[in-house]
Design a protein around this ligand. Structure first.
Ligand code: ADP
Ligand code: MG
Length: 477
């Protein structure tokens, strides 16, 4: 075996037998084992940048290095068992694992130092933002109301959140916020948590989690017989924020645990804030008793921002990043991307990168290129007329049947479906939809949308119809 020159922790070169090869290889194998045991996002966030710093052959002690203190504490608390188990599987001489912060930690890439030509990957952006996460509350300090733009699409949700911040646990409990991807739900929830911590100086204990994290926790606790710890974690708090609850549906054991958690908190006047990509009625696999709990509180939706709001968001981001981007560029992005603020941001980030680090002026052509590669292909051109036409054709009735005030039984379902789709796809307001469908009252529309949403949870036939209608609609647009 040949010696290898390696740098020790004081920076001196020392001889060591195949140091790098052995440790790297061993750790790679161990990571391979760990990777299949925890969720992909968790793996990427917490373990991808880990390394095996040392292995004390005599004592059987492995020293695992993490890039920063947060990561070290987090990994130690959450993944120790898995790490030890996997290490032992690969190398049975190991008896103990210790953790350290490595000097080779990936540095936060400071903006203006990014070398030319280096691509700004999502992964890198994630690494940067993950570093700001407080392991106790799971809150990321990058989210605040200073950078949150309020407009007609989110004012109700925003107002409800403000009321809660001033009166935790007493108003709007639970608060259920729903809306499509990239419309600012996580930002709003996290900013609420940060604001509460700040206002009450840690006297109000906040815990932010996602339903995926919650599911992982339940599974892990059951497997490791640590349910008591898990209960404590989720119940010894004053405010539980749970993001993307839709994933909890269809997992009965987790749903039951969540139901107990929910009740324990609720009965003690603890605040619960929930987000989802759709209304409680439209989560097909959600248990009825959870659904009715959610519906018993305040429900607020966030919908698509209008042009002014999109432009305001872009201007806020530009200001925060302290860069200057020409107005026409911002206006163009705001015009082109309408349905997802994350995409709006994604395009802006790439433009900033292009101008600030590559030192090139953006052209119309380049901007179009960026927009095309970033924006998801969604049926952008669907308008209300298309929806009415497609629904009428599908049910083989005339459009007038759909929009006049007649009460024929056979047009009840088509009308309700049309209302539902106008809301679901275009996010039109209830009064606006009522206006389009024979000047009906907005409460009729709300009733129709809720009815269809609920039906969809168990009526396969209706599901099928809606799928076919959408297919037809998106094909023609
Ligand atoms: P969601 O959780 O609804 O999928 P996010 O909260 O992750 O959406 O928002 C996506 C991105 O858009 C985030 O970077 C967020 O900061 C930004 N964003 C969304 N809504 C707003 C808003 N109203 N003002 C400023 N930024 C926003
Ligand atoms: Mg989110």
């Amino acid at each position: 075996m040949s010696d290898t020159l390696v740098e020790n922790r004081e920076g001196k070169l020392i001889k060591q037998k195949n140091y790098i090869m052995n440790h790297n290889e061993l750790w790679k194998t161990v990571l391979g084992e760990i990777e299949v045991q925890i969720s992909r996002p968790n793996f990427l966030t917490w373990l991808k940048n880990s390394e095996l710093v040392n292995k004390d052959e005599k004592e059987g002690i492995a020293l695992v290095g993490l890039p920063n203190n947060f990561a070290k504490e987090w990994v130690k608390n959450r993944y120790h068992k898995i790490i030890l188990g996997s290490l032992r599987n690969v190398d049975s001489s190991i008896k103990q694992v210790n953790y350290t912060v490595t000097s080779t930690a990936p540095q936060i890439v400071k903006k203006k130092e990014v070398p030319r030509g280096l691509e700004l990957t999502d992964e890198k952006l994630n690494t940067i933002s993950e570093l700001a996460i407080n392991p106790k509350t799971n809150l990321n300090s990058k989210y605040s109301f200073d950078t949150y733009v309020v407009g007609s699409s989110n004012e109700l949700a925003f107002a409800a959140i403000q009321a809660i911040i001033n009166d935790v646990g007493k108003k709007y409990n639970p608060l259920f916020i729903y809306g499509g991807v990239g419309l600012g739900k996580t930002h709003l929830l996290q900013a609420a948590g940060n604001a509460v911590i700040q206002k009450y100086e840690n006297k109000v204990r906040v815990l932010y989690t996602t339903s995926e994290k919650f599911i992982n926790d339940v599974v892990w606790s059951v497997r490791n017989k640590r349910m008591e710890d898990m209960k404590k974690k989720y119940r010894d708090i004053d405010m539980l924020i749970i993001d993307d609850i839709q994933f909890i549906g269809g997992k009965p054991a987790t749903e039951l645990e969540f139901f107990y958690t929910f009740n324990a908190l609720y009965e003690n006047n603890k605040q619960i804030i929930i987000s989802s990509d759709r209304s409680p009625a439209a989560i097909p696999t959600l248990e009825e008793r959870l659904r009715s709990r959610f519906e018993g509180g305040m429900i607020a939706d966030v919908s698509y921002p209008d042009y002014e709001m999109r432009l305001a968001i872009l201007k806020t981001k530009v200001q925060n990043q302290n860069v200057s981007i020409e107005d026409w560029v911002l206006e163009y992005i705001a015009t082109k991307i309408q349905r997802n603020i994350r995409e709006v941001e994604g395009v802006l980030n790439k433009v900033v990168f292009f101008e600030e680090y590559k030192h090139q002026k953006i052209t119309q052509k380049k901007l179009d290129e960026i927009i095309n590669e970033t924006a998801q292909i969604t049926p952008k051109n669907v308008n209300p007329q298309d929806i009415l036409k497609t629904v009428a054709e599908f049910y083989e009735i005339s459009q007038t049947d759909l929009t006049d005030r007649g009460r024929k039984q056979e047009v009840v379902e088509p009308r309700q479906v049309a209302m539902f789709l106008l809301r679901d796809i275009l996010k039109l307001s209830y009064p606006h939809i009522g206006e389009k469908l024979g000047k009906r009252d907005h409460t009729t529309v709300i009733h129709a949308c809720e009815k269809i949403g609920k039906e969809l949870t168990h009526n396969q036939n209706l599901n099928q119809k809606l799928m076919l209608i959408k297919e037809k609609l998106f094909k023609t647009c």
